[in-house]
Design a protein around this ligand. Structure first.
Ligand SMILES: Cc1cc2nc3c(=O)[nH]c(=O)nc-3n(C[C@H](O)[C@H](O)[C@H](O)COP(=O)(O)OP(=O)(O)OC[C@H]3O[C@@H](n4cnc5c(N)ncnc54)[C@H](O)[C@@H]3O)c2cc1C
Length: 349
């Protein structure tokens, strides 16, 4: 894969990472964003998409998803590439003074500045505790996808009892492509919307989906190292054998600080200490904004992250454009900012 050259890389596309990209756009700093999730919005999109937020300045109320959409609309004029579904794994300083970063999907960046907006960490799928499962990941064990056509004619087991598990079961049941479809869950109680639960109960009643209660305790592997079955401990203290071609664990996501701890940056209780005039970390050129940073008086609020991102962008502009004086310009009146925002020629408010 070709190496991507940029002036700024934002690690994390939560609300603060997205607003960081906006401020960098205003400062004319070329920017790419990366997020481990398959969609932007961080905690807002992942943990409370439909819940109301009441403390965004000027927005009396908006949901987590609406805030994400508004932030995406705000950065749209800058056309900054957003690389989703991949976690930044490594960060190192190059001989030329720039930073090299690599994702677990093999993307490589060379950048003058790095903005860590990693929040509470990368959201990664919770995995069943089964010895030897890793060997089958991406082959027969899928934490995201695959679509129903890839599972045509297969015996499929979906694990979990929350929205994501029920969504997967319903999608596959409605496609009618699997040879058999089993939902494996500890109990017969689900944590999902009443409508979704009603649809799954209907699928169970028709016999199109089978519910198995229990916890997986082991794997059975056949010729060629192929996963052939799960051993499941049932509530009746027996072990049931569950033959399968594909296993889809849908046990939710959990945030993991992950590789960030190995990037050689000073840390305090798993957070990155920063200077409050620039939001720079211990490494010149690396900034930390939002929930991932710490300083006296820090509050983990979105609006505090927006302030941090603004000052960090000014500091980065001075590094990326040393030849220019970084002046304060108002979006209301600056012709240059209007040009960047694509509103040049619009009537003044
Ligand atoms: C239920 C709930 C309600 C809340 N309500 C409010 C509220 O009303 N008002 C308010 O101000 N705040 C609220 N908050 C807090 C607010 O959501 C956080 O302060 C905010 O999300 C922090 O934004 P962030 O961008 O710093 O981090 P996050 O939203 O955590 O986003 C970080 C992103 O970085 C990604 N990431 C991490 N590491 C990597 C890596 N190595 N590679 C690639 N991607 C990575 C993650 O996948 C994630 O998407 C609430 C939080 C919760 C849980």
């Amino acid at each position: 894969m070709p190496v991507i050259d940029t002036q700024a890389l934002v690690v994390g596309a939560g609300p603060v990472g997205l607003f960081q990209a906006f401020q960098l756009g205003l400062q004319e700093v070329d920017t790419h964003l990366v997020d481990a999730l398959p969609h932007p919005g961080g905690q807002c999109a992942e943990l409370y998409p439909d819940k109301p937020i009441y403390d965004i300045p000027g927005l009396p109320v908006c949901s987590g998803q609406e805030l994400t959409q508004r932030l995406l609309a705000q950065i749209a004029p800058f056309r900054q590439p957003l690389h989703l579904g991949q976690q930044v794994q490594t960060l190192s300083r190059q001989a030329d003074g720039r930073f090299a970063l690599r994702t677990n999907a093999g993307l490589e960046f060379r950048t003058h500045t790095v903005f860590i907006a990693a929040g509470v960490g990368a959201f990664v799928p919770r995995k069943p505790a089964l010895v030897g499962l890793e060997a089958h990941e991406g082959q027969q064990v899928h934490y995201h996808g695959p679509d129903s056509t890839a599972l045509q004619g297969q015996h499929v087991v979906v694990m979990g009892g929350e929205d994501a598990a029920l969504d997967a079961v319903l999608g596959l049941w409605e496609s009618g492509t699997c040879a058999s479809l089993t939902l494996l869950h500890r109990t017969d109680k689900f944590k999902a919307s009443p409508e979704q639960e009603a649809r799954v109960r209907q699928a169970l009643a028709t016999g199109g989906v089978r519910l198995v209660l229990g916890q997986p305790v082991g794997l059975e592997v056949g010729p060629g190292g192929r996963l052939t079955a799960l051993q499941v401990a049932t509530p009746a203290d027996s072990t049931e054998r569950l033959p399968l071609d594909a296993l889809l664990p849908r046990l939710g996501l959990s945030p993991k600080l992950g590789p960030l701890a190995d990037w050689g940056l000073a840390m305090e209780r798993k957070l990155l200490p920063v200077a409050t005039d620039t939001f720079a970390t211990s490494e010149p050129g690396v900034f930390a904004v939002g929930d991932v940073n710490t300083y006296p008086g820090k509050r983990k609020l979105i609006l505090c992250g927006f302030h941090e991102a603004t000052l960090a962008a000014f500091a980065a502009a001075a590094l990326v454009h040393p030849e220019r004086r970084v002046l304060l310009q108002y979006t209301t009146t600056s012709p240059r900012l209007h040009e960047l925002l694509g509103v040049a020629g619009s009537p003044s408010p």
